[in-house]
Design a protein around this ligand. Structure first.
Ligand code: FAD
Ligand code: UDP
Length: 387
């Protein structure tokens, strides 16, 4: 016996669930959402660990957006806990304010300074590069070699296993450089976390669908394909996998997360380092550009504002992608873009499948951009199907 659904949605991350919610509530369509992991939410999934600490299971997810439309859409399913995301960089035996700002500059030169002095000094340090196209040239053209080597080169090599010279300028271009004292990691107007967590938000999106959406966890969509009749597929998995890697394998970067939890008593003995009672480190995120095999340690309790006497830190180790590994990052580089263009041509020719999300469009998008992409795809489908 076969199941009948209007839409088969592959993946229950931000892109898949936004599509399910819109299709079910705005068009009355029926959707089967198939997810191969054991939970909803994709990489934005969060959960309470054994110590009662709310953690982001797949690395820190700092929600931010400049789009009132995307914020309003998600606000139907969550309240927000405003956060000024602040991080530090550990290098040369000390914590440094990061991204680079006037406080970083003062620490570097060892005396108080002004924005004017910082601008003038960076102007001397900058390497003159017209229209930088790769990440090394971009940072050299903004702050010069010393700061590039101190904060960017080692981290980028570790994270991507490629030299910054071989990565698009957009990679390191994500990090602002400031000459004032604004030390927030991000620049967007709206910066906040879902008050009750991402997973609760996703549960509410699914609940809004009522009985029009059915979800299957622990299931690869290929297993159910023979048993489902549907009109249209929304595919949010890796695009090369959809096409059986017929053009070759796209490169991805993977990660390994290693968590460690601490009780209130253990945290007390860290007080001089964490500078704040109940925490292990002095900031939500500490980056390690030049020390250790991990790139960063995240103690998300700083950002969630959770009242919990225990705390958990997560060390993030970049890894090569391969069998049994998750494809976390598409690689923003020219060779990958050339290969992806071949898959995109194939995807464009598939009229009964929509390819959306970070993996299906092979682009290093943030969560808000993914929601924006799904909302746009929904409108396209609605226009195409309205009489
Ligand atoms: P995903 O969340 O990857 O969901 C796709 C889902 O499809 C997955 O759950 C997968 O299991 C499922 N799937 C794939 N193939 C199949 C199949 N064959 N059958 C069934 N299911 C399948 N964004 C921000 O805005 N701020 C941040 O701070 C931030 N930090 C990040 C940190 C890390 C470490 C990573 C990896 C990403 C980060 N992001 C951040 C990006 C954010 O995770 C993505 O933008 C967003 O989650 C993408 O949603 P998606 O639905 O496209 O993909
Ligand atoms: N980066 C760096 N040093 C840092 C932080 C970031 O060189 O201390 C570079 C690195 O290449 C990284 C990119 O900037 O991949 C984007 O950083 P972001 O923190 O936005 O990465 P994400 O959270 O997406 O992993």
């Amino acid at each position: 016996m076969a199941w009948d659904f209007d839409y088969l949605i592959v993946g229950a991350g931000f892109s898949g669930l936004t599509m399910a919610e819109r299709l079910a509530t705005q068009m009355g369509a029926t959707c089967l959402v198939v997810e191969r992991r054991g939970h909803i939410g994709g990489n934005a999934y969060d959960r309470y660990d054994d110590h009662g600490v709310l953690i982001h299971a797949y690395g820190p997810h700092y929600f931010r957006t400049n789009s009132p439309r995307i914020r309003e859409y998600l606000s139907q399913f969550t309240d927000w806990h405003p956060v000024d995301y602040k991080i530090l960089s550990w290098t040369h035996g000390a914590y440094w304010p990061f991204p680079i700002n006037l406080n970083t500059f003062e620490q570097l030169i060892g005396k108080p300074s002004t924005p004017e002095e910082m601008v003038a000094t960076l102007d001397q340090w900058k390497v003159r590069i017209e229209a930088p196209t790769n990440s090394e040239d971009l940072i050299l053209s903004q702050v010069g070699r010393r700061l590039y080597e101190q904060f960017f080169e080692g981290y980028t090599l570790k994270q991507w296993h490629r030299h910054p010279r071989e990565l698009d300028a957009s990679v390191c271009g994500r990090i602002p450089i400031r000459t004032n004292r604004d030390d927030r990691y991000l620049t967007e107007d709206f910066q906040a976390l879902p008050t009750a967590g991402y997973t609760r938000l996703f549960e509410r999106m699914l609940a809004a669908c009522g009985n029009r959406a059915k979800i299957l966890l622990h299931t690869d969509y290929r297993e159910v394909m023979p048993h489902v009749n549907f009109h249209h597929m929304i595919y949010t998995g890796p695009v090369d996998e959809y096409f059986d890697h017929c053009e070759g394998r796209l490169p991805y970067r993977s990660l390994r997360f290693e968590s460690e939890s601490f009780t209130a008593g253990q945290l007390t003995s860290r007080a001089s380092i964490s500078r704040k009672k109940g925490f292990w480190q002095p900031a939500m995120q500490v980056n390690f550009p030049n020390d250790h095999a991990y790139t960063r340690i995240v103690e998300i309790k700083h950002a969630t504002g959770q009242l919990c006497e225990n705390s958990t830190i997560v060390r993030e180790y970049p890894e090569d992608f391969g069998p049994g590994k998750e494809a976390y990052y598409p690689i923003p580089a020219a060779d990958a873009a050339t290969l992806y263009a071949r898959y995109k041509a194939r995807a464009d020719a598939e009229k009964t499948t929509s390819f959306i999300g970070r993996l299906a469009t092979y682009k290093y998008y943030n969560m808000d951009q993914i929601v924006g992409m799904a909302l746009a795809e929904f409108e396209k489908i609605r226009r195409a199907t309205s009489p």
